[in-house]
Ligand binder design. Structure first.
Ligand SMILES: CC(C)(COP(=O)(O)OP(=O)(O)OC[C@H]1O[C@@H](n2cnc3c(N)ncnc32)[C@H](O)[C@@H]1OP(=O)(O)O)[C@@H](O)C(=O)NCCC(=O)NCCS
Length: 193
């Protein structure tokens, strides 16, 4: 759960699939590797079915990218999860998860809850897939550096014991987080969660 407990307003922004309409060249988040990914690799990853790239746009400037994240299907060895989770699951070798592989907000938009909007959107989409399309037991994220761990912990993510920069959030907890943080969108997108 986000420690602030604040609901995120949805009026000013919307999330879209990355397309040619978006201005990738101007995006700058302060991490070169992530800027380059968006400019050079993101579209190819979408075409190859390796990731779906979701972009956050400010409705008043719809071509500018306020932030983006990637979402992919992945799996994690069962034994990587803590004992209390393992004891409740069948002894399958691995557990299906959705993976937030990359996430960044443009420097102009940092500190305005845009990163949080992206995380909650990724949780909401993972919950919808889990309820209606494909088994997803948890959402997993790779924090690129230690200080980001606390950013993800705000939403209830927990570190894996053996790889502390990788965190997971059980899908059941993700559903609670989405319900508490996101007002129902007018098109009912999140009512399925
Ligand atoms: C990390 C990042 C996505 C955060 O985006 P943002 O839009 O600034 O995040 P938000 O405004 O939603 O922040 C929500 C809260 O998390 C905190 N937070 C933001 N960045 C943080 C960080 N790096 N570490 C710890 N806490 C952080 C904020 O202070 C804020 O707290 P508050 O609500 O008490 O004020 C953004 O700074 C970024 O893109 N950084 C460069 C790229 C990067 O490192 N990506 C992560 C890859 S896993």
């Amino acid at each position: 759960m986000n420690s602030t407990g604040h609901r995120l307003s949805t009026e000013k922004y919307r999330v879209e699939l990355l397309s040619r309409a978006h201005d990738r060249a101007s995006f700058s988040c302060g991490e070169d590797a992530l800027d380059r990914y968006l400019k050079e690799t993101a579209s190819q990853d979408m075409r190859r079915g390796l990731a779906v790239v979701h972009v956050l746009v400010d409705i008043s400037t719809p071509n500018a990218i306020a932030g983006f994240y990637t979402l992919s299907a992945s799996s994690i060895p069962l034994d990587d999860f803590p004992d209390e989770i393992v004891s409740r699951l069948p002894k399958y070798p691995s557990v299906p998860v959705s993976l937030i592989g990359r996430l960044a907000t443009d420097l102009q938009y940092q500190g305005q809850q845009c990163g949080s909007r992206l995380v909650v959107d990724a949780l909401a989409r993972s919950c919808i897939v889990s309820s209606h399309a494909m088994g997803v037991h948890a959402v997993v994220v790779e924090a690129t550096y230690q200080s980001l761990v606390s950013f993800y912990e705000r939403f209830g993510f927990t570190q894996f014991e053996d790889s502390p920069l990788r965190l997971f959030l059980p899908i059941r907890t993700a559903k609670e987080a989405v319900r508490s943080l996101l007002p129902d969108s007018p098109d009912g997108t999140h009512s399925a969660v």
